[in-house]
Each structure stands twice: as structure tokens, then as C-alpha cells.
Design a protein around this ligand. Structure first.
Ligand SMILES: NC(=O)c1ccc[n+]([C@@H]2O[C@H](COP(=O)([O-])OP(=O)(O)OC[C@H]3O[C@@H](n4cnc5c(N)ncnc54)[C@H](OP(=O)(O)O)[C@@H]3O)[C@@H](O)[C@H]2O)c1
Length: 341
């Protein structure tokens, strides 16, 4: 199947490495790559080698529409920078791809946090697939877990330590380093957002919280509606005090249904070291789902890197290439499922 990549940064490059590694059992071809500053590479017959690691970029296509028309791919892969305030331009990129009959896979949580229900319905109406496994918890199954294995289960809430960058910053300060040392270390790992402030101010977590609520709880929330406080007020001195008390800090996302609606919040919480939310190492992420039929259960990803994010996108591509019924819908009972036809 032919792919058009929109964005070719850390995740895009890792995805191409993975596609090269698995090219024999999973033969994808890239027909176009569109970026912001590096220009555009496009050939509807396939870029040189089919999966070029160092594509030759020409002048930037004048618009996303011009790029997609030229690439003529079956799947558009949206991997541009997160904009947690609006979800754009990724939302427009996805709409342009759906309007051209292309399935969409994205690792960008902005569109889920701002326009999930509309995009889901647009894809379903067009009989197209819309997949986003890497938007939360990198490649670890979160959305596909619900889609494929939890029929009839209603999500009552979730609790997650979902932001790796804040964890690296906290652990750096626990070892005596500065806030900026921690941010630089996370940036070196390729796990920060393009603007690292989004991670430490809690915007990345707020976008993930809204995305989870929108997909799993049919919330129609935006990151602005998530009550959010990041870790920016933490100092190395305060962290040392917390360490002496045998505790640590994690940026925690919480969502739950209440009598008056949904409660969504992100906070830097002081936790005992043995708290389940605190005891995973390094960049690890963890999410617990609170449900009606399955009680509380969760998913952990130990030290994920950009390769795992790429894997989440890869899993979406494989699923799309196998055929979809074009319907990622939240059922009345809160489970992610296919259309009941
Ligand atoms: N990195 C991770 O570990 C991770 C994990 C989960 C999810 N994600 C999500 O995955 C997405 C990509 O992350 P990343 O780390 O690969 O970001 P990145 O390294 O900053 O790369 C972003 C890419 O998007 C391109 N771009 C930005 N605006 C564009 C526009 N208007 N039109 C076309 N291209 C545009 C950039 O072009 P230039 O190269 O020309 O600047 C660049 O190639 C983000 O939404 C992020 O939230 C990342």
C-alpha cells in the first residue's frame, strides 16, 4: 500500500526505519513526504527505493491538497508537530486526506483532543479508517485494546502517568541536576514535544487526557477544559525535600464520570515511591482504566522511545492495509468499536 507522510521528524524517520526492517512481510511504499521547512518529496510511483531514509526534498508543495493530490497514496500518515491549543494544522491535514478517499493514521493527539467525534464521523461516512494508536502511551495498545478486546465494557474513568518528559525532568532533579538539565536530557532522547514547555506545563498531558476522554468516554472535551497544572513550579530543592520523605512526584492525568458530568484534570502529584503510579522507571508510562465490568486494570510501557511510537503507527498501517469497515465509533456503552450494522 502507498503512504503519504505529512511530517518527517523523530517519529517519521523512526517509522521509515521500521518499515525498512519489516518491508518483506509488510510491503509499504512511500509516494510522498511533506514537511514545513525541508520541502516536499513526491512521486506517485514511489520515492527512490520505496522507503528512502534520506529522501531528496524539492520545493515545498503549495498546499496540503496539492501534496496529497500528487502523492496519490491510499493512506495519509499525519506526523506533524502537536498544537495543543487548536489541534491545527493536523485537523485540516486529516480532513484533506479523508476528502480524497485516503485512510488516515496519526500519532498526533491534537486532532483527537479537539475534533475526535467529527473526524470519526467523517471517516465513517466515507467508509475510511482513522487510526491513532500512538497518540497516547506511544505504541502500547490503548485504543486498539478497547477496539478489539473489550466488548460491552464501559469506561468510568482513567488515571495515568502519561508524560515521559516530566518524569525525566523530575528524576534529574532527584539526582541533584537542574530543571533545564532534565529538559535537555529528554530532548536528547527525542521524546519532548517541539516546544518542551508543552510537556512541563502540562499541555501534552491535558491533550492526552482530552483525547482519552473523547475516544473512550465520548466526552467532546478540549485540553482547555482539562484543569491543568504542570511541574514548572518544582525546584531541585523541593524535589530533594520530597526525596528525603521517601516520596516522588509524577504528572498525573485523571478522568472520571461524576453526577454532574466528566471531571478531567492534570496535576503534579506527590506520591509514595511504592505507589503503582510512581514505581515504573525512566520514561515509562502507565494507565489504569476504571470500568464497570472489568474493574480496574491497566497497561504499562517500560522505557518507551520513539521506536515504540513508530510501532504504534506501524500497527495502525497494518490494520488499515488489511481493510477496515470505516467506523471507529464509540458505542452507546462507552466501548470503542466498529459500527453495529
Ligand atoms: N516523539 C515522540 O516520542 C512522540 C510520541 C507520541 C506522539 N508523538 C507525536 O507525533 C508527532 C510528531 O512528533 P515528532 O517528535 O516526530 O515531531 P518533530 O520531530 O518535531 O517533527 C515534526 C515534523 O512535522 C513537520 N511539520 C510541522 N508543521 C508542518 C506543516 N504545517 N506541514 C507539513 N509538515 C509540518 C516538520 O517539518 P520540518 O522537518 O520541515 O520542520 C517535521 O518534519 C507529534 O504530533 C507528537 O505529539 C511523538
Amino acid at each position: 500500500m502507498n503512504l503519504a507522510l505529512i511530517g518527517y521528524g523523530n517519529v517519521g524517520r523512526a517509522l521509515v526505519r521500521l518499515l525498512r526492517q519489516k518491508r518483506r512481510p509488510f510491503p509499504f511504499t512511500i509516494t510522498g513526504i511533506h514537511t514545513l521547512r525541508h520541502g516536499t518529496a513526491v512521486n506517485p510511483a514511489g520515492l527512490s527505493d520505496g522507503l528512502p531514509e534520506a529522501p531528496h526534498f524539492g520545493p515545498r508543495a503549495a498546499s496540503i491538497e496539492e501534496f496529497l493530490d500528487a502523492a496519490r497514496a491510499e493512506i495519509a500518515v499525519e506526523l506533524t508537530t502537536l498544537n495543543p491549543s487548536t489541534g491545527e494544522p493536523a485537523i485540516s491535514h486529516i480532513r484533506a486526506a479523508l476528502a480524497r478517499g485516503m485512510h488516515v493514521a496519526t500519532a498526533n493527539k491534537g486532532p483527537l483532543a479537539h475534533a475526535y467525534a467529527d473526524l470519526r464521523d467523517e471517516a465513517a461516512r466515507a467508509g475510511l479508517g482513522f487510526r491513532f494508536e500512538s497518540a497516547v502511551m506511544d505504541g502500547a495498545p490503548v485504543f486498539n485494546l478497547w477496539r478489539h478486546t473489550m466488548p460491552g465494557v464501559k469506561v468510568l474513568g482513567f488515571t495515568g502517568a502519561l508524560n515521559s518528559t516530566s518524569k525525566v525532568v523530575i528524576e534529574t532533579m532527584e539526582r541533584g541536576g537542574s530543571f533545564d538539565d532534565g529538559l535537555a536530557a529528554a530532548r536528547k532522547m527525542g521524546i519532548t514535544e517541539a516546544d518542551g514547555a508543552f510537556d512541563v506545563e502540562g499541555w501534552d498531558s491535558a491533550a492526552k487526557t482530552a483525547a482519552l476522554a473523547n475516544v473512550l468516554m465520548d466526552a467532546r472535551a478540549t485540553p482547555q477544559q482539562v484543569s491543568t497544572r504542570g511541574i514548572t513550579r518544582l525546584t531541585p530543592e523541593r524535589m530533594q525535600e520530597i526525596v528525603r520523605e521517601g516520596k516522588t512526584v509524577r504528572l498525573i492525568s485523571r478522568g472520571r464520570r461524576t453526577a454532574s458530568g466528566l471531571s478531567l484534570r492534570v496535576r503534579a502529584e506527590v506520591l509514595n515511591r511504592c505507589d503503582l503510579l510512581a514505581c515504573t522507571p525512566g520514561t515509562s508510562n502507565l494507565i489504569l482504566f476504571h470500568t464497570d465490568l472489568m474493574g480496574t486494570f491497566g497497561t504499562v510501557s517500560i522505557n518507551p522511545g520513539v521506536e515504540q511510537t513508530a510501532y504504534g503507527v506501524f500497527s495502525d498501517l497494518v490494520e488499515l492495509s488489511r481493510g477496515v469497515d470505516g467506523a471507529d465509533v464509540v458505542n452507546g456503552n462507552g466501548g470503542v468499536g466498529r459500527h453495529q450494522r
